[in-house]
Design a protein around this ligand. Structure first.
Ligand SMILES: Nc1nc2c(ncn2[C@@H]2O[C@H](COP(=O)(O)OP(=O)(O)OP(=O)(O)O)[C@@H](O)[C@H]2O)c(=O)[nH]1
Ligand SMILES: [Mg+2]
Length: 294
């Protein structure tokens, strides 16, 4: 038996959470086309032939402008420092940019403290034709002497089995740290809050996605029904208006979509009640951030 922890790192939006979900075959991390979707570290345990791999999804490495973002980057850096093996993700649809260089800088600092193998994972290859792909991979290859280079598409499930096969030899001999039925450390409450946030990220633009947090006020299982009451925090009255929409239409659609996701994942009927509350500058408020799990 082999076991190890693998940090999934990279700049925002490269596809870290999509890859985590694909590696597990289950959706435990929310995904959106907006950067800075993931705010915490998310454990996903893969039980594969002869090995247990604890994948750690992380917030994207970016230039932080709020206390929330500084804490997100700190979470990513801590995970980078702790994991046994690193996946550095880079996006096949672009050439190396400033965001990738920042990620490499963080990675090098962590490796200077404790050297470890790093697998370069070039993501989203379904979006690039084969002829253009090679020069892109080559430009990423030049950034660092990577231990391995694996191009994948998490969305199209392309080369994910190869990524797993390449990973296993770098794990240490040893029993898994988690029970056979453990998939994640995310509680049902957290998953519920995140599903609501995902629908908000998909339905809103500009500052709104970044100014939103979701709190679960009530989560009770009553036989086959789960009753969930959630509060969406925004920073300004105008954002509250946007989120609620004309005659409550936007909030209703967000809440319906989130409820359907919850029913699918939890395998039971959900009664979901959602409120919107203004909490000015919560992103700068240490205590609020701790309470929200950030
Ligand atoms: N076509 C395609 N799109 C992908 C793939 N992987 C991710 N995406 C898309 O890229 C966007 C970002 O994906 P995420 O998984 O949220 O990226 P992330 O790195 O976790 O982002 P942050 O949490 O914000 O740092 C989403 O719109 C995904 O659907 C892929 O393999 N192919
Ligand atoms: Mg993510």
């Amino acid at each position: 038996m082999k076991f190890g922890t693998v940090a999934i790192i990279g700049r925002s939006n490269v596809g870290k959470s999509t890859l985590l979900n694909r590696l597990l075959g289950e959706k435990i991390a929310i995904v959106s086309e907006k950067p800075q979707t993931t705010r915490t570290r998310i454990l996903g345990v893969a039980h594969v032939q002869g090995a247990q791999i604890a994948f750690l999804d992380t917030p994207g490495l970016h230039k932080p402008e709020h206390l929330l973002n500084r804490r997100m980057v700190r979470t990513a850096v801590e995970t980078l420092e702790e994991a046994d093996l690193l996946y550095m993700l880079m996006d096949a649809t672009s050439l190396p940019g400033p965001g990738d260089l920042v990620a490499v800088k963080h990675m090098k600092e962590a490796l200077a403290k404790r050297p470890r193998p790093v697998i370069l994972v070039v993501t989203k290859i379904d979006l690039v034709n084969k002829i253009k792909l090679l020069p892109v991979i080559e430009s990423y290859t030049k950034l660092f002497p990577w231990t391995e280079v694996v191009p994948v598409s998490a969305q199209a499930d392309d080369n994910i089995d190869r990524l797993l096969a390449v990973t296993v030899p770098y794990l240490e001999e040893g029993d898994g740290a988690y029970g056979e039925d453990v998939v994640t450390d995310q509680t049902m409450r957290t998953l519920a809050a995140e599903m609501i946030r995902e629908k908000i990220l998909q339905a809103t633009e500009q500052e709104v996605p970044y100014s939103v947090a979701v709190e679960i006020d009530e989560f009770v299982e009553e036989g086959k029904l789960t009753r969930i009451r959630a509060t969406i925090l925004v920073e300004r009255e105008t954002q509250k208006g946007i989120l609620i929409g004309k005659q409550g239409g936007r909030l209703k659609s967000i809440s319906t979509q989130a409820r359907q996701d919850m029913e699918r994942l939890f395998g039971m009927k959900v009664f979901l009640e959602v409120w919107v509350k203004v909490k000015e500058a919560w992103r700068e408020d240490e205590q609020a951030l701790v309470e929200l799990g950030y």
